[in-house]
Each structure stands twice: as C-alpha cells, then as structure tokens.
Design a protein around this ligand. Structure first.
Ligand code: BV8
Length: 249
C-alpha cells in the first residue's frame, strides 16, 4: 500500500527526465538497506551507542588512537559485508543517462561499487588511510581489516588514520568547491537518506533552493530540510528506486 507521498514517484520520474542539471546528496540512510548503521536516527545508530567526539574527532584519536582505529576497523568489516542496494544501483544507472552529479556524505564506497563515477565524497572514504601528521602527505588504500595501529611507512613518525573527515576538521577544498558550484547551478536537488544535521554538507540544499532549484527529499522521517523541500517522499529510498526505475526505462 503506497502512502500519499509515494504516489508522487511518477512525478519524481518526470522531474528527473525534464531537469537540465541534477544534484543528488546522499547520507547514511542510503546505505541503511545494505545493512550499514546510520549515525543518528535509531537506538542502534552509531552516535546512539558511541560518543562522536571520542571516535570521530582528531582529539579523540590523539587521546586514544587504539580505540578509534579499532572502531574504524570494526566499521570496515561491517561495510565489507555490505552490497549496494537498489538506491545505489539506480543512482549509478541514472548517472549514465541523465545530467546528474552525485555528492555523498557516506564513506563506505557503495556508490562506486554500484558503478557510479565522479562521486564527490565530502567526508572522505573509510578504505583510505592517511598519515595523521599534517607535515606528511602519505596516503594509501587500506589493506588489512584486522591490522593493529600502523606507523606511517613514509615518515616513520606518526600513526595512520582513516581518510575520513572528523568533526572540527575542514573538508577538502576541492570537494567543497565542486559541491558548492554544482548546488548553485542545478535545477533539481534530491536529498536522500540524510538527517540534514551536519554542516557544511547540510547547507548545499539551501544553496540550490536560493538558486531556484526544485528540492525533493526522500527520507522515512522528517528533517530540518523537510519544510523547505518542494516535495517529500516519506519512504525508504531503496523501495522508492524499485518503483522509480521501471518508470524511467
Ligand atoms: C567543518 C566522520 C570547518 C566520517 C562525520 C556550520 C558550518 C560548518 C561546520 C559546523 C557548523 N555548525 C556546526 C559545525 C561543526 C560540525 C557539525 O556540523 N556539527 C553538527 C553535528 C551540528 N561540522 C564539522 O565539524 C565539519 N567540519 O565544517 O570544518 C569547521 C571546523 C570547526 C568549527 C566550525 C567549522 C565536519 C563534518 C563531518 C563530520 N564527520 N563522520 C565517518 O566516520 O563516517 S559526521 C557523520 O554525519 C557522517 O559523516 C555522516 O555522513 C554525517 C551526516 O549524517 P547522515 O549521513 O545524515 O546520517 P544520519 O544517521 O544522521 O541520518 C540518516 C538519515 O537517513 C535519517 O534522517 C534517517 O531517517 C534516514 N534513513 C534511514 N533509513 C533510510 C533513510 N532514508 C532513506 N531510506 C532509508 N532506508
């Protein structure tokens, strides 16, 4: 039984086909149907169980690198078992056919696994390691999910850390700029699977709206963006794409 908002999925299809420049912003909810925990929306979300400042901040790593490293190793193992769901697969197919730019806050790489290209990973990627020393530029593709803390092989001075953006850290300038330009230039902005709580990522929908774009939110729950969206589809994004994609083929 479709709820009232799911009945607008045909209009979503029409909007996608008529848009000139589409931006999609995804969050942890897009990977929820792949079995990966979200951060804030349920009692088994990460931040309901763990303190973000001890696990997702440079201070937290400096205080206890072992604890942070092992938490990320545990997340890497959870993600390694996950497979792209219909939302990841559908977005990759849409990217091949429509003028669609994909921005994600997710660090799990599932968009790329599903075949998406040019993914703007605002918060980095959990399968990249980088030296925690700001004076060392060492980066590598993470190899061993079972490994203990690793000393940087280049500078031999500091530990490696996950290549993600922690709280209080600036996002990579080139990714910020790309997301900013795309958001200002689009005529359709889809926000899906995000609580719209974390900045500057949560600010791109407002940029798009100021530039005249239609805003569509796909999320089973309300967010601070909902009242500013032109349309809201209150449903899990994987099931929305299962209905949407046949309308676009
Ligand atoms: C920064 C690490 C400069 C990676 C994360 C104003 C401007 C700039 C900064 C700030 C500002 N105000 C406050 C700040 C500071 C802070 C911030 O935004 N704090 C918030 C909490 C208030 N921002 C920063 O620190 C950023 N840095 O701006 O630097 C600076 C520095 C200092 C001071 C000022 C400025 C860095 C932000 C990145 C932090 N890194 N994690 C990792 O380990 O993964 S945060 C974490 O939140 C993840 O990165 C995640 O991607 C991000 C957003 O969360 P969501 O993806 O939205 O996930 P969430 O669980 O919240 O929501 C899931 C949603 O999905 C829910 O709504 C749910 O209903 C829905 N859902 C569930 N199932 C489904 C579904 N939807 C659809 N289908 C389903 N099936």
């Amino acid at each position: 039984m479709l709820n009232s908002s799911e009945k607008i999925i045909p209009q979503l299809a029409a909007q996608l086909l008529s848009a000139q420049r589409i931006v999609v912003m995804t969050g942890a909810g897009v990977s929820a149907e792949s079995g990966i925990s979200t951060f804030r929306d349920s009692e088994d979300s990460y931040w309901s169980q763990f303190d973000p400042m001890t696990l997702a901040s440079l201070d937290g790593f400096s205080d206890n690198p072992q604890r942070v490293w092992h938490w990320y190793q545990w997340r890497r193992q959870q993600i390694a078992l996950a497979r792209p769901n219909p939302a990841h697969v559908g977005l990759a197919q849409l990217q091949r056919r429509l003028p669609l730019y994909l921005i994600t806050q997710n660090v799990d790489g599932l968009h790329q696994q599903a075949g998406s290209q040019q993914v703007c990973e605002l918060h980095g990627n959990i399968f990249i390691n980088q030296c925690v020393s700001v004076s060392c530029n060492y980066r590598e593709q993470h190899q061993d999910n079972a490994s203990d803390l690793i000393t940087c092989p280049q500078c031999q001075q500091a530990y490696l850390r996950p290549g993600v953006v922690w709280f209080g850290e600036c996002l990579a300038a080139e990714r910020l700029e790309a997301a900013d330009l795309a958001s200002r230039d689009c005529d359709l902005f889809l926000s899906m699977g995000t609580s719209a709580a974390v900045y500057p990522a949560a600010g791109f929908a407002a940029l798009a709206k100021q530039s005249g774009a239609q805003i569509i939110e796909i999320n089973p729950a309300a967010t601070p963006l909902s009242e500013h969206a032109d349309w809201v589809i209150r449903a899990p994004v994987g099931s929305v794409f299962e209905r949407l994609m046949p309308l676009l083929s």
